[in-house]
Design a protein around this ligand. Structure first.
Ligand code: AMP
Length: 170
């Protein structure tokens, strides 16, 4: 089974010039989702993982599945104002302007081993901000993994000090 057959390219979404990688066909197919989860777990190998961090919102889908399989807790990173408890916030650069991501202050304890997951690695700004949040809480990042990597955007360069893995590279 080829995971790439379950990724749909939508041109000019959400704005002109963007080739959007739509994972809903993958989520819609039980066997494909199971296979993608298995392949992501293979990327993790036998690393010890205490927490899996997923970023809003498409990162949540597989991060929770990975957390269950790894017997680890799941931690959501969200857009500002969504998390109800005490939060840490991290600003990051967008193409135009800045954005902010938040994590609950008690979500990760110092020394915990953390796997970070998102659906797509593009410019790397989002993942870099999540790495900073995890490290500010004292977490140790054991891997940052993605379903897909848009290698022409060089997001990996921002994550050079981490192990970065992707199932599919475009
Ligand atoms: P970046 O911070 O540029 O690496 O962007 C990564 C975030 O934006 C991820 O959370 C992705 O879900 C989303 N994203 C960026 N580019 C795309 C794309 N071409 N298709 C789908 N999602 C994308």
């Amino acid at each position: 089974m080829k995971i790439e057959n379950y990724i749909r390219d939508i041109q000019d979404f959400p704005k002109e010039g963007i080739g959007f990688k739509d994972i809903t066909p993958l989520l819609n197919d039980a066997l494909a989702m199971e296979e993608a989860t298995k392949q992501l777990l293979d990327l993790v190998g036998n690393k010890k993982v205490d927490r899996v961090v997923g970023m809003e919102s498409r990162g949540f889908f597989f991060a929770t599945l990975l957390a269950k399989e790894l017997h680890a807790g799941f931690v959501p990173v969200r857009k500002p104002g969504k998390l109800p408890f005490d939060t840490l916030a991290q600003e990051y650069q967008l193409e135009y302007g800045m954005d902010v991501l938040e994590i609950h202050a008690d979500a990760i304890k110092p020394g915990e081993k953390v796997l970070i997951h998102d659906d797509v690695l593009a410019t790397g700004g989002t993942a870099e901000a999540v790495c900073k949040l995890v490290e500010r809480l004292g977490g140790e990042i054991v891997q940052v993994n993605f379903l897909m990597e848009l290698s022409f955007l060089h997001g990996r360069d921002k994550l050079a000090s981490y192990e970065v893995k992707s199932l599919l590279t475009y």
